[in-house]
Ligand binder design. Structure first.
Ligand SMILES: Cc1cc2nc3c(=O)[nH]c(=O)nc-3n(C[C@H](O)[C@H](O)[C@H](O)COP(=O)(O)O)c2cc1C
Length: 361
């Protein structure tokens, strides 16, 4: 059953930022933990290797609410080195798919509206808005403070292409963003290399040489602090092999997947999200689970084959404890849910209960 979402798609991003979270996320009730954390994730002891990926937790209040509800691995929404506006409202719409969002379906058009029902898939299109570092550095520090025992905060960031800027400028912007996030004390960092809502045709993560340059430059900046990179679904196996061979020994974690891009239209076939560069938008939720699971299987296999040590973070379509279990069986070291968690504040508690009765991660 879908609960009231803690990020309310009916309200603007700014209203959510000022007044959220909503629903039971705002009830002030914290889940009680007993015993000791038994999992280790990139040096962080965890009660449950499960949480919420970059996106829905838009500020420290959202993060504190997620920790209180037992989501133990919370990622603060991706930040930039300078303030950046949000795409116009709406930023979230429902898309209706009964099964998988296959590459064939994603190549066509998907109808979107504001009727949220199960099986739930949505499109989200924010354009990675950001406050200035002066604001978010202090806010991330507050978010870190709200982590309890057995919980960890991940700081997500990305570089920005500026008009007239060179490739070097772009790489330097990634490095600066990483340094500014590291300064907050975030124990784990995540570089978003797979944002589909930037209005560019090709995702950064598919450009292996550029990924190598960015990862090496970031690591030079942040030293031993664990670095995760966030990937999209790779269609070609050789392409993924090339990426893992190139950066699998540089970074400490690979998170997959981000959303699957598709053309989003209203019931009359017109562009559903207003504004330039928004005809194509990322789809997430139930219909993309196949792609997240596929990437986890392949990354775990490659890690073993190439004798590498990175952690694998499974993301995409986790709506229930069973979905979490499937990711565990595929070999994920940690699992996160954005859409599922947004509409179910009790998802972490349901998974914790289920895991205590099943042989699970
Ligand atoms: C509201 C919303 C905002 C998002 N914003 C970001 C973001 O800022 N950075 C990022 O790396 N991923 C972002 N994502 C993608 C999620 O982290 C995740 O990869 C994707 O939604 C797939 O997971 P899901 O099927 O559980 O939703 C966002 C997702 C949602 C639903």
């Amino acid at each position: 059953m879908l609960e009231q979402p803690f990020y309310d798609p009916e309200r603007s991003y700014e209203e959510n930022f000022a007044e959220g979270p909503f629903g039971d996320f705002a009830d002030g009730v914290s889940v009680e933990r007993t015993g000791e954390p038994e999992h280790d994730f990139l040096g962080a002891p965890l009660f449950l290797p499960f949480g919420i990926p970059a996106g829905p937790l838009i500020n420290a209040r959202f993060v504190a609410a997620a920790f209180a509800k037992g989501f133990d691995v919370c990622t603060y929404k991706t930040v930039r080195t300078r303030s950046y506006p949000c795409h116009p409202h709406p930023n979230v719409l429902a898309v209706h798919l009964d099964g998988d969002l296959t590459p064939e379906l994603a190549a066509g058009s998907l109808v979107a509206d504001d009727s949220y029902r199960e099986p739930l898939s949505i499109t989200n299109s924010f354009g990675v808005p950001s406050k200035d570092p002066d604001f978010w550095q202090a806010d991330i520090a507050r978010a870190i403070e709200s982590a309890g025992k057995g919980q960890v905060l991940i700081g997500s960031f990305q570089g920005t292409k500026r008009e007239g800027g060179s490739v070097e400028d772009f790489i330097e912007d990634y490095a600066l963003a990483a340094r500014l996030v590291a300064e907050t004390g975030a124990p784990i960092l995540e570089a978003n290399l797979s944002c589909p809502n930037e209005g560019t045709a090709e995702l950064l993560c598919f450009d292996v040489e550029r990924v190598r340059q960015i990862c090496e430059r970031i690591k030079a900046e942040i030293g031993d602090r664990p670095l995760i990179i966030k990937l999209a679904h790779f269609a070609e196996e050789e392409h993924l092999v090339e990426l893992v061979k190139t950066v699998g020994g540089v970074v400490q974690g690979l998170a997959a997947i981000n959303t699957i891009p598709a053309r989003i239209v209203d019931e009359r076939g017109r562009q559903a999200l207003p504004g330039e560069g928004r005809a194509i938008s990322g789809v997430c939720g139930s219909s993309i689970k196949w792609a997240g699971l596929d990437m986890v299987h392949r990354l775990v296999g490659l890690r073993e084959k190439l004798q590498l040590e990175f952690a694998v973070i499974g993301v995409g379509g986790v709506m229930s404890a069973k979905d979490y279990q499937q990711y565990g069986q595929a070999g994920a070291d940690c699992v996160q849910s954005a859409t599922g968690a947004m509409w179910n504040p009790y998802l972490a508690q349901e998974i914790a209960e289920y895991s205590s009765t099943e042989d699970n991660i």
